[in-house]
Design a binder for this molecule. Structure first.
Ligand code: ITT
Length: 222
């Protein structure tokens, strides 16, 4: 049995990672939440890309826990905003700065800011995508420091809806209540927050990146 830590402070991500990977890996791998392992400081996300920040988190937590770690760095790219909020998605309401706001409050203020910035922008120019990069890191061993084993990227295409249609939905987290899903059969008719968890995981950036990562995790078992 291999222990892999889901290296995130975001409980919604932990749920989604488990839902995608557990049916694929079964009882051969134990997917632990960070809190089940201990208390660890969050590493500063100083990277300019999802790849860099994902590697920063995977390596920091593999170093701190002494276990294999799977980290997720993700965010929303909005075409009309030149790709913003991007890597700053989590702290968009405070211009990317960590100010100690609770996650739920941050999500609410982030969504308010996004809708404000897109006020008056027509539907065809509200294109957006969620992006996720997951990174698997091995812990230090002997004189070898913690190292990245594999990384994979997924994207989820859609559009930022217009009030009063959005915000809408009770599922997911973050920008989900604003994100109208492009994929058939939804064709911009529902937000990712209105999808069932299974539907979101089948289409999402996180689901795609994690499915690509399955083989790298399985390779650790042999
Ligand atoms: P960790 O760094 O501890 O993993 P975090 O939530 O701060 O947690 P990120 O720095 O990767 O993670 O920021 C991701 C943000 O992007 C997240 O807080 C949401 O605002 C947004 N986001 C990412 N995936 C999303 C999804 O599936 N649905 C809605 N919003 C999402």
């Amino acid at each position: 049995m291999l222990d892999v830590v889901i290296a995130t402070g975001n409980a919604h991500k932990v749920e989604e990672v488990r839902a995608v990977l557990l049916p694929r890996l079964g009882a051969r791998v134990r997917l632990l939440g960070l809190r089940e392992v201990g208390e660890f400081p969050e590493p500063p996300e100083t990277g300019a890309t999802f790849e860099e920040n994902s590697a920063i988190k995977a390596l920091a937590y593999a170093g701190a826990t002494g276990l294999h770690c799977l980290a997720d760095d993700s965010g929303l790219e909005v075409d009309a905003l030149g790709g913003r909020p991007g890597v700053s998605s989590s702290h968009y309401c405070t211009d990317g700065m960590e100010t100690g706001l609770a996650r739920a409050e941050r999500d609410r203020l982030n969504n308010e800011r996004l809708l404000r910035e897109l006020r008056g922008v027509p539907a065809e120019r509200r294109g957006a995508r969620f992006v996720c990069v997951v990174t698997l890191a091995a812990p230090a061993s002997g004189t070898e420091p913690a190292r990245v084993i594999a990384a994979s990227r997924g994207a989820f295409e859609g559009r930022i809806g217009e009030p009063p249609r959005v915000p809408s939905g009770a599922g997911g987290f973050g920008y989900d209540p604003l994100f109208m899903v492009a994929a058939e059969p939804f064709a911009f008719g529902v937000t990712s927050s209105e999808l069932r968890a299974k539907e979101k995981n089948a289409l999402s950036h996180r689901g795609a990146a994690l499915r690509d990562m399955t083989r790298a995790i399985e390779a650790l078992l042999t």
